[in-house]
Design a binder for this molecule. Sequence first.
Ligand SMILES: NC(=O)c1ccc[n+]([C@@H]2O[C@H](COP(=O)([O-])OP(=O)(O)OC[C@H]3O[C@@H](n4cnc5c(N)ncnc54)[C@H](O)[C@@H]3O)[C@@H](O)[C@H]2O)c1
Length: 351
Amino acid sequence: MRVLVTGGLGFIGSAVIRHLVADTDHEVLNLDKHTYAATSGSVAAVAASDRYHHEEADIADGVAVADILARFRPDAVVHLAAESHVDRSIDGPGEFIRTNVVGTYELLQAARDHAESRWVLDRLRFVHVSTDEVFGSLGAGDKPFDPSTPYDPRSPYSASKAAADHLARAWFETYGLPTMVTNCSNNYGPFHFPEKLIPLMIIKALAGEPLPVYGDGSNVRDWLYVDDHAAALVAVLESGTPGRTYTIGGNAERSNLEVVQAVCDLVDAAVGDEVGGRRSLISFVEDRPGHDWRYAIDASGITEELGWRPSVGFEQGLARTVDWYLANEWWWRPLTELRYQGQRLGTARVG
Ligand SMILES: NC(=O)c1ccc[n+]([C@@H]2O[C@H](COP(=O)([O-])OP(=O)(O)OC[C@H]3O[C@@H](n4cnc5c(N)ncnc54)[C@H](O)[C@@H]3O)[C@@H](O)[C@H]2O)c1
């Protein structure tokens, strides 16, 4: 297949591209605007392959996107390009609406134009990658999200992703564009931008800096190792059913405090300090406005239909991730010096 991946210089998109180029025969075009969240180092391992191509473009630029589709003629689109950080969406929602909503619209329209013949339409697959955050916040005893869970987004980020999901489904129902929507839980692993919880805590713990935990740290997320997510997306791409939604998760619910404590202990062990010492760096800070309390995923649908299940347990994946950050300072150090210095984001609130 000729696969167009949007957002392939980001955390998950780059994992998808590394997997596609290294483990399949597909031809890949990476369409990415190269925002603050993008790094070419994340695809360096496969960039020399003659099956890897790259175009710098903005998905909200309909003319540019149509031109790229006309030249590359994809059999499949895996759409990951997005503004992805909830805290930034609180400070500046406009870019989230532009990229996540308008950008998805432009991409769907361009795919529709590209699929003008029945032959292309029948072959085409459009995987729209979304998040579990569109379903809102669960209580302790609520059942995990599945594809039938009603939408209830509560942050500018999740609202923009929810809007995009609705567009993807509408383009299937109305125009017959073979879209599939995936809603995934929190990912973690290598090449994760240092503004997100796990890399931020690893880097601050290494430096012996205070570890800011929002609220009382009881918020629960279901953690999925990024390579497992990449494998799930390729399974949906190759064998998924157009029009369907797939919920993807790691069966690994942990509170933020548990995650940060585990990071502390792994960093202690890795640098030869007494295990437990870094837990004293944990400091509780004012909560995120509108902070969803719990997300959890029921991934039985994708397991039953496509045979996918997570292969990396949370403790194993977290240890792997800490080791990766220790060994790959060349990747994250310039980001912390030039793009994001670890400051608090997302506190804007009226009243
Ligand atoms: N990170 C998670 O835990 C998680 C969980 C579930 C779903 N998702 C979804 O997965 C996708 C990828 O997330 P991520 O964590 O890899 O994000 P990321 O922020 O690491 O990467 C996003 C990429 O998109 C590119 N991009 C942004 N705006 C663009 C535009 N207008 N045109 C073209 N490219 C643009 C950026 O340059 C960057 O390379 C997103 O759609 C996100 O909503 C993420």
